[in-house]
Design a protein around this ligand. Structure first.
Ligand code: PEP
Ligand code: CO
Length: 456
């Protein structure tokens, strides 16, 4: 039986990675204000995502989760949101082709503002200041004032999240997401000389779309060709914000995080007895749990029973992030634990956070090759364990940034300084993201073919 829970119980648990607000009155006023605002997402939507993730856990759908490492107030614009949304739809179409199952699309958007940091302070030229913790908490500028946690930033984050969701809802249903249009953008990518190797798959998708048209499936008759379900997610790190947006679902009478459809617990905040697990266990939303090299089978067992006591399919997504070359060492023992417990989980691969390096030119970057290699290792291990590689989780943007190296439109160490815009970790750009989708799609096709062969 799940233990009794209230949305404030996390306050009695040890907390890490959260700011100490100096002005308690200002913090209280912001919390009271947010608690009066409408939720950003609705319980029925979170339920629908959970049932789609249940399909992912059974291998009947595939999860694509992606977006900024940290959303930024300064970079916020309609174009930024549109471009990330657009490239995610392109990726989803390419992945659907390989997997032959629907792709569940979840943005790291409309709430991905708070960041865990590896060190509490940062030193530059002999000056030591508190670390930047994301735009919802403090500012990136390297001055003492900028680094003071300011509770009113939560209101700005809420406003930006609401505006982002408003736009995403319009893009999802307003014809912008039409499959034919999405595919036309992808064909543009494969015209590049080096991307020509992806043209065959793109042409096959064209043929499938032409066939549907000939068979009478048109935009008018098939509503699903014109609109998509698009969900939003973020790391539930700043618990004052999460608590203030927690609501009671009028249908079930149970608590729901109103801050996003899916929330996840980071690799640095997953202490089984800590504040973050305590908050997440009580809300009905789908929950993600980052699993890194230090995740032990014992911890995972406790976390699974706390976060999903009823073993509900779609409730818990394990986001593996071990780093290329390390998956074989860590993933099998966690898969073993999941099997022993008979736990229903979605397994997804975050090939970003274990592959961050410093470039020869001094930038924090991630090589495309390492990202791809980790995904391939993840697929290979699931194939040998007979378990389901349910999805991928990328830090990416629809913009043409130069933050990760490699890809067919190669970004070199020297190029990194050109358009390095991230407020936190390096993101795949639009072309690198789409290229990865083609490569993951190939993995998914071979997996499917092997399964079909085995089934005779
Ligand atoms: C993140 O997803 O941005 C992140 C900080 O990841 P992790 O908790 O896995 O390090
Ligand atoms: Co990150």
């Amino acid at each position: 039986m799940a233990q009794a829970w209230t949305k404030s119980d996390w306050r009695n648990k040890p907390r890490v990675q959260m700011p100490d607000y100096l002005d308690a009155d200002a913090l209280g006023a912001v919390e009271a204000q947010l608690a009066k605002y409408p939720p950003l997402v609705f319980a029925g939507e979170a339920r629908k995502l959970k049932s789609s993730l249940a399909a992912v856990s059974r291998g009947e759908a595939f999860l694509l989760q992606g977006g900024d490492c940290a959303e930024s107030f300064a970079e916020f614009s309609a174009d930024t949101i549109r471009d990330t949304f657009k490239v995610m739809l392109q990726m989803a179409m390419v992945l659907t082709y390989g997997a032959k199952v629907p792709v569940v699309k979840v943005g790291r958007m409309a709430g991905q503002f708070a960041k865990p940091r590896s060190a509490p302070t940062e030193v530059k030229d002999g000056v030591e200041l508190p670390s930047y913790r994301g735009d919802i908490i403090n500012e990136l500028d390297f001055t003492p004032e900028a680094r003071i946690p300011n509770a009113s930033k939560m209101l700005q984050a809420y406003t930006q999240a609401a505006a982002s969701l408003n736009l995403l809802r319009a893009f999802s249903t307003g014809g912008y997401a039409d499959v034919h249009q999405v595919h036309a953008w992808t064909l543009g990518f494969t015209e590049g000389e080096k991307a020509a190797k992806y043209r065959e798959m793109a042409n096959n998708i064209s043929a499938a779309l032409d066939f549907m048209k000939a068979a009478g499936v048109t935009q008018e008759t098939a509503h699903t060709l014109q609109s998509v379900d698009f969900y939003v997610s973020h790391e539930a790190l700043l618990l004052e914000y999460e608590e203030a947006l927690c609501r009671i679902d009028s249908t079930s009478g149970l608590p729901v995080a109103g801050s996003g459809h899916m929330i996840w617990i980071g690799d640095r905040t997953r202490q089984p007895d800590g504040a973050h697990v305590e908050f997440a266990r009580g809300v009905q939303n789908p929950i993600g749990l980052k699993c890194g090299p230090t995740t032990t089978p014992e911890d995972l067992k406790v976390l699974m029973s706390k976060l999903n006591p009823a073993n509900e399919a779609g409730r818990l997504t394990l986001i593996a992030r071990f780093g290329a070359g390390n998956v074989g060492e860590h993933l099998p023992r966690l898969i073993k634990t999941v099997k022993e417990e008979g736990a229903n989980v979605v397994w997804t691969c975050d090939p970003m956070h274990g592959n961050t390096i410093k470039s020869s030119t001094g930038y924090k970057t991630r090589p495309f090759e390492s990202v791809l290699r980790e995904v391939r290792e993840f697929f290979a291990i699931h194939a040998s364990e007979g378990t389901i590689p349910g999805g991928v989780h990328f830090e990416m943007t629809g913009k043409d940034v130069t933050e990760c190296t490699g890809g067919v439109r190669a970004v070199t160490d020297e190029d990194l300084s050109d358009r390095y815009h991230t407020a936190c970790d390096p993101r795949l750009n639009a072309s690198q993201s789409l290229e990865l989708a083609f490569l993951v799609s190939e993995e998914l096709s071979s997996l499917r073919e092997a399964r079909e062969r085995a089934a005779g």
